[in-house]
Design a protein around this ligand. Structure first.
Ligand code: GDD
Ligand code: MN
Length: 371
């Protein structure tokens, strides 16, 4: 066991101006501590490596240069894997995150009050530079709200966070897509009591931000994964419902088109429009809702799904008929009966689809797929 108390992990890409600045700032804040700084650089080739070597006789800093992998999240994971300290704190290199917050965050972890600490702009006492434009702020806020059900902190997007290194083992299959590695670790690891330390988030002076529009799209993808991880059945049901909703629109459009454009009789139209709509649902459930399930043979799965949908439709129609034929309330109020029918049919479809049509991967295959 090493007796390093704090490992500061800093992902870097083209941060040559900032490396000495952040190192000095950390050294000043952690002067009486046993700590290490680990930079994980993606081969910036801008003198970053020499900058760290130049400091290393005074400051316990080193740099890992990666040439094969790229990206912020995997760099952070690599740094944590190399860390030796009892606590790990991850932060940006660009001076946005104040080093003075490292020690208070670690002390809170040590007290046992909290098991994950986030350097936060959005709790009382936290702030950010004032010239953030309206859109930047809105963007950041919306991204934050979307993540709130996953973890109860005000600033889950923060790239400034810390935890006890032992706990890193509890993070199941990390599959970060994009930038939000702190959120990924907090959601997937065994952390029950995350807390926040207010910080002032300073905009960078040197170098450029690497957060692009593409990263923001990746964030949505990442969120979907985290929701599936945290609320597997509920999130499948929601996606199934969403796909079903779009299928309903297709169904109705075709149903009306066949009658009013092609002059077909309403029952014939009803009987035809079901098929393209059910096919649409099958395709999108295969692509979106049940991405993690077995990729069974298409034709067989499609037929099975159509069968299920017919079954669901029978339940739906049966419920509607029973209610409107025998229950006085629904004799008067047919539309609520229709809604109940739809829900019963959808519940039936959902159950059968997830058990029979989109089968679970076998344990072994599952491991392979997730690698
Ligand atoms: N190794 C490596 N590889 N490091 C990277 C990469 C990469 O591909 N991309 C960025 N970094 C490093 C940067 O050098 C910097 O130290 C840190 O990761 C953050 O990158 P910035 O480009 O400064 O990100 P940002 O300021 O737009 O975003 C920050 O704030 C967000 C919240 O507003 C980050 O902390 C985000 O994680 C955070 O969500
Ligand atoms: Mn930045």
């Amino acid at each position: 066991m090493s007796d390093i108390r704090i490992s500061v992990v800093i992902p870097t890409y083209k941060e040559v101006e900032n490396i000495p600045l952040i190192s000095e700032e950390i050294a000043a804040s952690l002067a009486d501590q046993n700590y290490e700084i680990i930079f994980v650089d993606d081969n910036s080739c801008d003198g970053s490596f020499d900058a760290v070597t130049g400091l290393a006789d005074r400051i316990p800093a080193r740099m890992i240069v990666r040439t094969e992998d790229r990206g912020l999240s995997t760099a952070v994971i690599r740094g944590i894997e190399e860390a030796k300290g009892k606590y790990v704190v991850v932060m940006d290199c660009d001076m946005s995150h104040p080093s003075s917050a490292i020690l208070p965050m670690v002390e809170t972890l040590e007290s046992g009050k909290q098991d994950f600490m986030v350097g936060s702009r959005y709790v009382e006492g936290g702030s950010f530079d004032e010239h953030w434009g309206f859109f930047r702020l809105l963007n950041s806020k919306v991204a934050t709200w979307l993540a709130l059900p996953l973890c109860h902190v005000q600033d889950p997007m923060s790239g400034f966070f810390g935890f006890e290194r032992e706990k890193f083992k509890t993070c199941a299959h990390l599959t970060p897509t994009g930038y939000k590695i702190g959120l990924e670790i907090m959601v997937k690891g065994d952390f029950n009591n995350p807390g926040e330390h207010p910080i002032h988030f300073k905009d960078r002076e040197y170098g450029e931000s690497k957060l692009s529009f593409k990263e923001q799209l990746l964030y949505l993808k990442h969120l979907r994964r985290l929701y599936s991880f945290k609320f597997p059945t509920a999130s499948e049901f929601l996606q199934f419902g969403f796909v079903g909703g779009t299928g309903f629109v297709i169904d109705s459009l075709i149903y009306f088109a066949l009658q009013f454009v092609f002059g077909l009789e309403h029952k014939v139209a009803r009987a035809i429009s079901f098929w393209p709509a059910a096919t649409w649902n099958w395709f999108w459930n295969r692509t979106i809702t049940f991405t993690d399930r077995k990729k069974s043979n298409r034709l067989g799965q499609w037929l099975a799904f159509l069968g299920t949908s017919l079954g669901g439709f029978a339940m739906n129609f049966g419920t509607y008929s029973m209610l409107t034929d025998y229950v006085p309330f629904f004799m008067e109020n047919k539309f609520p009966a229709l809604i109940i029918g739809v829900l019963v049919g959808m519940g039936f479809n959902f159950m059968v689809a997830r058990v029979l049509v989109f089968r679970k991967l076998d344990q072994e295959m599952e491991k392979e797929e997730r690698k």
